[in-house]
Structures are given as structure tokens and as C-alpha cells.
Design a binder for this molecule. Structure first.
Ligand SMILES: NC(=O)c1ccc[n+]([C@@H]2O[C@H](COP(=O)([O-])OP(=O)(O)OC[C@H]3O[C@@H](n4cnc5c(N)ncnc54)[C@H](O)[C@@H]3O)[C@@H](O)[C@H]2O)c1
Length: 251
């Protein structure tokens, strides 16, 4: 058994896509899980689907520091100290820089970067003896893909933030790592990529296909687990080879 499982793992954005599949894999391995997600609809669906499991599902906006602190307090009361955190909550736009408003830029950075930071801080306050954090970046946080001025900046920020936290918190028993997926078939990518986009991306991916959420969940569970006990501040790309060789050029 992969012993990420042994503890209480908080998964933001856990009611959809990569987060949802990660939650199912954690439950499968015996973990207790708290899902925090801002979508009331997705939360209701998750509650229904996971009825009877050792899971707490809470509506929570990761950009709201007070709400996050309150939800983590509830989670710890119900399921014990936090031993793992997976920051999957995220939003994306595929839009040229000249059509990206400052408001849109701020919103994307607020959810993807500041929201992840808020959760890392809150989990530190509620941790058990050790804490393993996995933050979701993206191939677009590593390569300068066109259309990703705000999203890419937010995801590049997630990498450096995670490495600073790995540095500052390592001595306290906290590991902080990053998974950087390429395109993965989830509701987010379905709303973002047209048929034409899929062709352009697939041509740049050495494995010539999009990833499956379970392939990202496998990497997340590995980094959470004791098998990764000496891995800290690492960025694990899970992108079919895209960031080793590819780039989406502007049109
Ligand atoms: N799907 C991909 O191709 C891909 C590629 C690279 C990185 N990622 C990253 O992986 C993560 C998960 O993506 P996904 O494809 O599963 O997306 P998704 O849209 O299927 O799921 C994201 C979840 O985050 C939640 N969320 C959004 N804003 C929130 C907020 N403010 N507070 C709390 N929850 C919020 C949504 O309600 C949703 O349930 C994201 O960070 C995304 O940027 C995805």
C-alpha cells in the first residue's frame, strides 16, 4: 500500500477532474479525505457520490483566508490533524495577452497562486507530526505557451512558491513538491481546448495524446507518500514529454 494513505489528506478542487480522481485513489488506499471546492454543484455531486466514505466535503473558496481557516478547523475536528495537502483548485483561460484584462489576470493569480499559498499556510497551522504538500502547476508554468500569460504566470509562481516553502519548512517535517501536468482530459480542458487546439497540442506531445486524470493522481500519491520521503522542492512533469521538447507558438 502507498501510505499517503495513512493520514488525513485535504484536496482542494477535489470535486472535479484531477482532484476528484485523486480523492478516489486516496480513499482506495485507506486515507481519510477532506474535499474543499468552490462549486456548490460539484460539491453536491461529490457528497452524493461519496456517501458512506470517510470523506468530508465542504464548500470553500480557496481565495478566502477566513473561510479556509474555518473549513480546516472543521476538517481537523472531524478527521484529525492534516498529514497531506493537494492543491488542485484552479481556473484557466486560453486568451492572447492583449485581450487579458488586469481583472482577469488578478483573478487567475488569486485562485491558482494566492489560493494555494493560503492553503499551505492553513495546513501548516493544522499539521500532524509531518506534512506532505503537493501543489499543481502546469506545463504552461514551465514553457511560454501562447494564450497563457496569466495562467502560465500563476503556475510558474506556484513552482517558486513551493520551492521557497520547501526550503523554509523542511526542518519542521514538511515536504512541498509540485506536479506539472500537460493537457489532461478533464472538464477544465474540455471547456478550454477546441478540436483545432487539441490537434496543435497533440502534435507537440511526444506521446501524441492527452493525459488521463489517473496518471496525474498516481504522481500526486507518490509525492505524498513515504516512498518520496527524501523528495522536497521537486517539480515532477507529467506531460507525455511536452515540456522536454514542445511549445505552443502564437498564431
Ligand atoms: N486539465 C489539465 O489539462 C491541466 C493541465 C495542467 C494543470 N492543471 C491543473 O490541475 C488542477 C486541476 O485541474 P482540472 O483539470 O482537474 O480542473 P477542473 O475544472 O476539472 O477542477 C478544478 C476544481 O477547482 C475548483 N475551484 C475553482 N476555483 C476554486 C476556488 N476559488 N476555490 C475552491 N475551488 C475552486 C472547481 O470548482 C473545480 O471543481 C488545476 O490547478 C489546473 O490548473 C490541469
Amino acid at each position: 500500500m502507498n501510505a499517503a494513505a495513512a493520514g488525513h489528506v485535504v484536496v482542494t478542487g477535489g470535486a472535479s477532474g484531477i482532484g476528484e480522481v485523486t480523492v478516489l485513489a486516496l480513499i482506495d488506499q485507506g486515507a481519510t479525505v477532506t474535499i474543499l471546492d468552490a462549486s456548490a454543484e460539484a460539491v453536491a455531486r461529490a457528497e452524493e457520490r461519496l456517501e458512506g466514505e470517510d470523506v468530508l466535503v465542504l464548500a470553500c473558496d480557496v481565495t478566502d483566508e477566513d473561510e479556509v481557516a474555518d473549513c480546516l478547523g472543521q476538517a481537523v475536528d472531524a478527521l484529525g490533524p492534516v498529514t497531506g495537502l493537494v492543491n488542485c483548485a484552479g481556473i484557466a483561460r486560453d486568451i492572447p495577452a492583449e485581450r487579458t484584462s488586469a481583472e482577469m489576470f488578478r483573478q487567475i493569480v488569486d485562485v491558482n497562486l494566492t489560493g494555494s499559498f493560503i492553503l499551505c499556510r492553513a495546513a501548516l497551522d493544522q499539521m500532524g507530526d509531518t506534512l506532505s504538500i503537493v501543489n499543481l502547476s502546469s506545463a504552461s508554468g514551465i514553457r511560454a505557451n501562447a494564450g497563457r500569460v496569466a495562467y502560465g504566470a500563476s503556475k510558474a509562481g506556484v513552482i517558486l512558491m513551493s520551492q521557497v516553502l520547501a526550503n523554509e519548512w523542511g526542518a519542521s517535517g514538511v515536504r512541498v513538491n509540485v506536479v506539472a501536468p500537460g493537457p489532461v482530459d478533464t472538464p477544465l480542458i474540455a471547456s478550454l481546448h477546441t478540436v483545432e487546439d487539441r490537434k496543435r497540442w497533440t502534435a507537440q506531445i511526444p506521446l501524441r495524446r492527452y493525459g488521463q486524470p489517473s496518471e496525474i493522481a498516481d504522481a500526486i500519491l507518490f509525492l505524498l507518500s513515504p516512498q518520496a520521503s527524501y523528495i522536497n522542492g521537486h517539480v515532477l512533469t507529467v506531460d507525455g514529454g511536452f515540456s522536454a521538447s514542445g511549445m505552443i507558438a502564437g498564431r
